[in-house]
Design a protein around this ligand. Structure first.
Ligand code: 6R9
Length: 664
């Protein structure tokens, strides 16, 4: 890859031209990208029909490509067609000569814990677990919640659900019992699958105990299936409810559990999974994805953005509890018949070269991670990267938040050795797959820019009134044409689906992100425009944390904002007003932080919790978050227009309080 300096909009910007593609590279040049893009805009339906037919195996062909009304909204892709996701991710590969190919390489947290599944072996496990689910009453359309660590049984359970037409809803294992409970209750799951415990940084953290707690008020759940990950039952550390709880391994060994199970033919628009994500208001939304469109889209983007080839060893470091893991550990790579790596541990344990040692160990060729990881490992210094042979890498990816140019350059130089292309991928839980990203051997790269929309994606920047923004003018990032991977609903709440995404800009999908497009057409994502905080690439709704805080008996009022953080991108800053008879003590501060941890989960713990006599409010009683954000980031002046504040003296008190608290 060679570096040029070009002058664009009076700014000097680095531009990295792509290295020469090899034979077999899917998109070989910028010209080819442009041709595909143009075609996809002019003949959108033709483009997607061709892509899905190239990528997937349909049991019966679809009769219409797209029926869409972006206002209602009512979006249907590939109507009339039937297919099954597990068939596409497993069965058909057995016929295509991939029976003995590695499908899944699992690296546990202990170095010696490695399990490799060939396509044949994974198929067998999935069939068996599908039969277990059936035995316990799960059928087409039923919901199954999965609250599991990063162990192979999670992938197996997902594929088993989709094999029989059940809808999975994965809850990240770092969430609390209460968070799990609200999600299980919302989707009315029939079965919950969990593990005894999670191994993390050398510790054993109980997990089933949380599931037990959650199930105290989830009447829909008939059975709890438990994987024995840590052996804590043998130490007498596990409660067990005979009539409800089932060991995974016992269930799988029963003689009536056969290693084959027919795939349920699913309509293209049948729901595939529900995944909860935070929004700016209220409780998390159950984003619904459907079968034909989602799989088309994850297969398509995996193939073009990561240029997946038959020989690749592909590793996405996300947790499957988030959308990135769904789309780019499981469904995308497996639908293409690739080898996907799944890692149970963390980047820093037992030492900060864990990721690089895994790259070397398995000869990883495509590596997909998050800026927060890069920043954390960058701080550890180069000695850790130099210990390992990283020469197998040929494509690097980034996701979750904007990657700052400094982290980009480090990734490029120390991991990519100045050669390997970096694809910075912008997308969301709701979009199902990658929307804006470079194609690794086609798109010239600018550090910090997600570059160009993928073929098929009509991304625009609009002003608050919906008109197109000029180049370099910041605005709302919207998508104007439907795409197969888009969400099809918010579970149980059609009104929220419409009002959150389709109301403000008629005929368009509103992402909630701000961005600008430069004069070369490159997208620069600026972050959320709503009250969502991005902590280490994970979305946290301020409203959720605030309601957790006010649920504490000592708290009168709370306001939560994001503040810049060198590694996490953003961290959580909470302002708390106590009830009249409560005292502002260090114990209470610690108690409140623990409280939030328990209510939502460790990722929601406020980094800073400041007690405040009063919050800055307008005369009509609205909290002025803009001011709270400025104070949290260390500003001591220039608060803009404060004329609508009921009591402007609140600001100086808060500034003082912050400096006492943080010593800066
Ligand atoms: C895939 C995922 C979505 C939000 C999104 C945006 C931010 C994700 C980004 C990025 C800049 C990137 N985001 N990727 N911002 N550049 N490459 O992360 O989904 O958890 O739903 O978060 O993350 O703000 O709106 P999700």
């Amino acid at each position: 890859m060679s570096q040029h300096n070009i002058i664009s909009m009076q700014e000097e910007e680095r531009l990295f031209t792509p290295s020469t593609p090899k034979a077999g590279t899917h998109i070989q040049s910028l010209k080819e990208y442009e041709r595909q893009y143009k075609r996809s805009m002019e003949d959108n339906e033709g483009f997607w029909a061709e892509r899905t037919n190239e990528l997937l195996d349909w049991f019966s062909p679809f009769t219409s490509v797209l029926e869409a009304d972006m206002d209602t909204p009512d979006i249907r892709w590939f109507s009339g067609g039937t297919l099954n996701v597990a068939h596409n991710c497993l069965d058909r590969h057995l016929e295509l000569g991939r029976k003995d190919k590695k499908a899944l390489i699992w690296q546990g947290e202990p170095e010696g814990d490695v399990i490799t599944y060939t396509y044949q072996e994974l198929h067998e496990q999935v069939c068996k677990f599908a039969n277990v689910l059936k035995k316990y009453g799960v059928g087409k359309g039923d919901r199954v919640s999965l609250y599991m660590p990063m162990i192979p049984e999670l992938t197996i359970a997902m594929l088993a659900c989709v094999r029989i037409g059940a809808v999975h809803s994965i809850v990240f294992a770092g969430f609390s019992a209460l968070s799990l409970q609200s999600r299980v209750m919302d989707c009315q799951a029939k079965v919950l699958v969990t593990a005894d415990a999670v191994l993390r940084s050398g510790r054993v953290i109980p997990l089933k105990a949380n599931a037990d707690e959650a199930l105290k008020s989830c009447p829909s759940v008939e059975h709890l299936i438990v994987v024995d990950r840590a052996g804590i039952a043998e130490q007498g550390k596990l409660e067990w409810q005979e009539e409800r709880d089932i060991w995974w391994h016992t269930a799988m060994q029963q003689p009536d559990i056969k290693p084959f199970c027919e795939c349920e033919p699913m309509e293209s628009e049948d729901p595939l999974f529900i995944l909860y994500t935070s929004g700016s208001t209220g409780k998390p939304k159950g984003v619904v994805h459907t079968t034909g469109g989602y799989l088309t889209y994850t297969a398509h983007t995996s193939q073009w953005v990561f240029d997946i080839q038959e020989s690749d060893v592909y590793w996405c470091t996300a947790d499957i509890g988030w959308i990135t893991g769904h789309s780019y550990i499981v469904y995308g790579p497996l639908s293409l018949g690739a080898t996907t790596v799944m890692f149970e541990g963390v980047p820093s344990y037992p030492s900060p070269d864990r990721f690089w040692s895994i790259v070397e160990k398995f000869g990883v060729t495509v590596f997909y991670t998050a800026p927060t990881v890069i920043r954390a490992l960058m701080r550890e210094g180069q000695e850790w990267t130099q210990r390992h042979d990283l020469s197998s890498l040929r494509v690097l990816g980034s996701v979750g938040e904007p990657i700052n140019p400094e982290a980009w350059m480090w990734y490029h130089e120390h991991i990519g050795k100045g050669e390997t292309p970096i694809v910075d991928t912008w997308w969301q839980t709701e979009t199902g797959g990658i929307m804006i990203a470079a194609l690794p051997f086609a798109t010239p790269l600018k550090p910090g820019s997600a570059t160009l929309p993928l073929p098929g994606i009509d991304a625009r920047i609009v002003r608050p009134d919906g008109t197109d923004a000029e180049p370099n003018e910041g605005g709302h990032l919207v998508i104007r044409k439907p795409w197969p991977g888009m969400l099809r609903g918010v579970f149980g709440d059609p009104e929220r689906y419409k009002s959150t995404y389709f109301e403000r800009f008629p005929g368009m999908y509103e992402s909630g992100d701000g961005a600008r497009v430069d004069s070369d057409g490159y997208f620069w994502i600026m972050g959320r425009l709503d009250d969502v905080i991005n902590v280490s690439g994970h979305r946290m709704g301020t409203a959720e944390i605030e309601s957790a805080l006010v649920a504490h008996p000592a708290v009168a009022e709370a306001a939560v904002v994001g503040m810049p953080h060198p590694v996490k991108g953003e961290s959580i800053y909470a302002y708390v007003t106590l009830k009249a008879d409560e005292e502002e003590t260090e114990e209470l501060r610690a108690q409140l932080r623990t409280w939030v941890r328990k209510e939502i989960g460790p990722i929601a713990t406020p980094e800073v919790l400041q007690f405040a006599e009063e919050l800055p409010k307008t005369r009509s009683g609205k909290i002025m978050r803009r001011i709270l954000r400025k104070i949290a980031s260390g500003s001591t002046g220039d608060f803009g227009d404060t004329s609508t504040l009921a009591d402007p003296s609140v600001i100086s008190e808060l500034v003082e309080g912050r400096s006492e608290l943080t010593g800066s």
